[in-house]
Design a protein around this ligand. Structure first.
Ligand SMILES: Nc1ncnc2c1ncn2[C@@H]1O[C@H](COP(=O)(O)OP(=O)(O)OP(=O)(O)O)[C@@H](O)[C@H]1O
Length: 276
C-alpha cells in the first residue's frame, strides 16, 4: 500500500539560486503522478528533496498514512536518472537487484531476502534474464532492473527519474506499462519524471508540470491547456486538439515534445485542482 505525500511551502536554494519556491501540493496514497517540464526546472531536485538528499531552505514534507510495520520495508524506493554500466561488468542481473536489499553486503541472504528479489523481478518482468550479465542487457532490460532494485525493500513510494530516456518507442511503452502495473497491482504511489508527455498522459492519474519558478498539478485535461502552459512558461504556448491527440506548440516550450497524446473530449477550463 502506498503512502501519501504532503508538501507545504517548500523552498530549495542551490548554487546561489532558487530552484523551488513556495511549492505546495498533496499527492494521494496510491496515485501515479507524472512530472514534466523543461531541463533545469527542478524535477530531479524535487525527487531528491523527497529523499532528504538536498538541503531545504523552508517548508515541510510529510508522508501521511505511512505504514512501516513490515520488516525490511522502506518508505521510498528511487531509481536515479542515469546510471552508466560498462558492458563488461561481470555482475548477474539477480545480484544487481539484490544490492537494493538492506544489509546486502553481509555474506549471506535470508530466504525472505531471496523472495523479495524474486518478487521485485517478477513484477518488473525481468525474471527471464536473472542469470545474465547486466552489461550485456539492453537499455530497456536494465531499466527494469533499476526499478526492481528500487522495489526490493517493498517501498510505499516509488520515485523514477526519466526511466524511459534513451529507449526506443516500443521499449518506452513496455516500461511505462510495467510501471503502471506496479502502481495498479501493488498500490505503490509513483512519481515518474519524463520528457515524454505521451506516456505520462496515457498512464498517470495527474501531471505535475514544473517550469522555472512555476508549477501546476492536475489532470491531463486541467494542465495541458494553453492558458495554464502560457502562464507556466510566461510566453504564448498553443495547445491544439487533433482527433484524440493534443498537439502543443514547441515554439517557446523547450524540450516539450510536439505531439501529446491525451484523452478524447478533454474537458475545458477545469482548473479547480491546479496550483499555480
Ligand atoms: N547540488 C546542486 N548545487 C547547485 N545547483 C544545483 C544542484 N543540483 C541541482 N542544481 C541546479 O538546480 C536546477 C534544477 O536541476 P534539476 O536537476 O532538478 O533539473 P531537472 O528539471 O531535473 O532537469 P533535467 O530535465 O535536465 O534533468 C539546475 O539549474 C541545476 O543546475
Amino acid at each position: 500500500m502506498g503512502s501519501g505525500i504532503v508538501i507545504e511551502g517548500l523552498n530549495i536554494h542551490l548554487g546561489g539560486k532558487w530552484i523551488l519556491r513556495d511549492f505546495s501540493l498533496t499527492i494521494k496514497s496510491g496515485e501515479f503522478v507524472g512530472i514534466i517540464g523543461p531541463n533545469g526546472a527542478g524535477k530531479t531536485t524535487l525527487l531528491k528533496a523527497l529523499l532528504g538528499l538536498v538541503p531545504v531552505a523552508g517548508g515541510t514534507i510529510t508522508f501521511p498514512g505511512t505504514d512501516r510495520k513490515a520488516a525490511g520495508s522502506s518508505l521510498v524506493g528511487y531509481a536515479p536518472q542515469s546510471r552508466q554500466i560498462d558492458e563488461t561488468t561481470p555482475l548477474r542481473a539477480w545480484d544487481f537487484v539484490s544490492f537494493g536489499l538492506p544489509h546486502r553486503f553481509r555474506p549471506w541472504l535470508t530466504g525472505q531476502d531471496r523472495r523479495n528479489v524474486e518478487e521485485a523481478m517478477r513484477v518488473t518482468d525481468s525474471e527471464r534474464f536473472a542469470d545474465k550479465a547486466i552489461g550485456k542487457l539492453s537499455g530497456g532490460e536494465r531499466q527494469r532492473l533499476f526499478i526492481a532494485q528500487a522495489l526490493v525493500r517493498n517501498p510505499q513510494i516509488l520515485l523514477l527519474d526519466e526511466p524511459t530516456s534513451n529507449l526506443d518507442p516500443g521499449a518506452q511503452e513496455n516500461l511505462a506499462a510495467v510501471v503502471h502495473s506496479i502502481n495498479q497491482k501493488l498500490g505503490i504511489t509513483v512519481l515518474l519524471v519524463s520528457h515524454d508527455v505521451n506516456l505520462i498522459a496515457k498512464y498517470a492519474h495527474r501531471i505535475l508540470y514544473i517550469t522555472k519558478g512555476q508549477y501546476a498539478l492536475g489532470t491531463v485535461q486541467q494542465v495541458l491547456q494553453a492558458n495554464v502552459l502560457t502562464r507556466l512558461y510566461g510566453a504564448p504556448v498553443e495547445v491544439l486538439k487533433v482527433g484524440s491527440k493534443i498537439i502543443v506548440s514547441t515554439a517557446v516550450a523547450d524540450n516539450l515534445k510536439t505531439s501529446i497524446c491525451c484523452h478524447d473530449n478533454p474537458e475545458q477550463g477545469v482548473l479547480a485542482d491546479v496550483s499555480l
